[in-house]
Every structure is written in structure tokens, then in C-alpha cells.
Design a protein around this ligand. Sequence first.
Ligand code: CTP
Ligand code: CA
Length: 238
Amino acid sequence: EASGPLSGLLAGKHVLITAGGTREPLDPVRYLGNKSSGKQGVALAEAALAAGADVTLVHAPLEVPAPAGARLQPIETALELRSATLAAAASADVVIMAAAVADFRPANISTGKIKKRDDVADPVITLVRNPDILAEIVAHRAAQNQQQLIVGFAAETGDDEADARTYAQAKLRRKGCDLLVVNEVGPGETGSERVFGRDSNQVEIIALDGAGPVLAGGSKREVADAVVRVIAGRLGAP
Ligand code: CTP
Ligand code: CA
């Protein structure tokens, strides 16, 4: 793929990026979380800034510093991420959903700290589904007849029924976003070990309109640069 400076590729564009893993509270001191470090989302924000974009970063707690120059909107839960993201999406030319959004949240949040008790049974956590924010953004764009490029992320593994690429294609169609950045997770490997918290990444960028997949690998910043180039190409940049 083409390399060279990103400078000016996204000048004048408002790019909304979500990053990090959401936290779903159980009680005042505990939450359900995931292993996302936020590194890929932060790298995307840095790449978009380098390309001259106006960047909003809606982020769950990050293991790396948030980039200077982005408009930061810290959140913790999926529901908070949803409201911040939907609000910022109204003026965004590009939305990149790099956050690891919890699929479920505890049905009830205990107002006091959950305690061990010998006289009652151990607690059972009931979970409820979180909204699919990416799908909501896609639906919103259609309802508003808005010009917006929407990019999702996915880590897929293959199994006995289909390979990872088949699952990624199905997810792309189900979500209805324009581009899906798919982490390549080979058979027998656990995606989490290969991706989460690591400094490098290997992805395939697939498109809903069937445009040829773009392969990118290297540091998370190199992957981010490749994603920015594909986005700029779609927006008609030189
Ligand atoms: N996503 C989202 N809202 C959710 C879950 C996921 O916006 N409640 C977004 C993620 O940010 C990512 C994309 O959807 O850009 C794909 O996430 P993924 O977890 O792979 O998809 P799911 O639909 O949750 O499918 P799965 O059951 O495989 O986790
Ligand atoms: Ca999920």
C-alpha cells in the first residue's frame, strides 16, 4: 500500500474515534471489564491528527496517554459510550469504532459493596445485553440521510463451521458499516493474546462494497496510518 506523509489527507474532516474497553459496574468498587488497552484507538487518533483531522476521542480508561490535540470525552460504561458517541456522531464525517464495548452489563448495580455472607447463598450475576452502538450509528446515518463513513473493528477466529474471514464478512454485512478492520487471528491462537495490550497488530480492512481487502501490519500506529489512508481514499482525498 501507498506510504508517505499523512499530512492533509483528512484536513477539514471531523473524525470520531472510540477507544478502550468499557467497564460495567457491579457495585461501587467492582466492574466487569475486558483486556482492551486502548492502544489501537489512540494510534488511530494520532494518525487522524497527523492527517489534519479534527478528532474527537470517546474513550474508556486507557493504558496509554491520550493524544494531545484530540477533543477527549472520557467514559466508563457502554451506555455512557453510547450517549457520548451518538452526540458527537451528529457532526462527524468519519466514525471509527475501535472501542471494545461490553456486550453485556450486570442487570443490577448494588448500591453498597457486595459482601460475603455465610448465612446466604453466594451471589449470581445476571447480565443484560448492551445496545449495539455501531449498528445504531449506521441506522442513524440512514435516518438522517447523512454523509458519513463508518468503520468497525473485529477480532475473529475460525471454527469447525467456517473460517475467520467468513465470519468477518458476515459481521460486516450484519453491522452495515462501510469498512471493517479485522484482526487476523489464526486457527489455534487465542485472539486476546495476540492482540490485546500488544504493540503490534496484523489486520485486513474489508469493505461492504466489496472493494479489495487491504492488508496492513506492523505497529498499531502503522495499522492506524493504513486505516487513515483507506478512509482518505474513500473520502476522495488525492
Ligand atoms: N460494537 C458496538 N456496540 C456493541 C458491541 C460492539 O458498537 N455493543 C462495535 C465494536 O466497537 C466493533 C464492532 O462493533 O467496532 C464489532 O465488535 P464485535 O465485538 O466484534 O461484534 P459483536 O456484534 O459484539 O459480535 P460478537 O458476538 O462476535 O462479540
Ligand atoms: Ca462483542
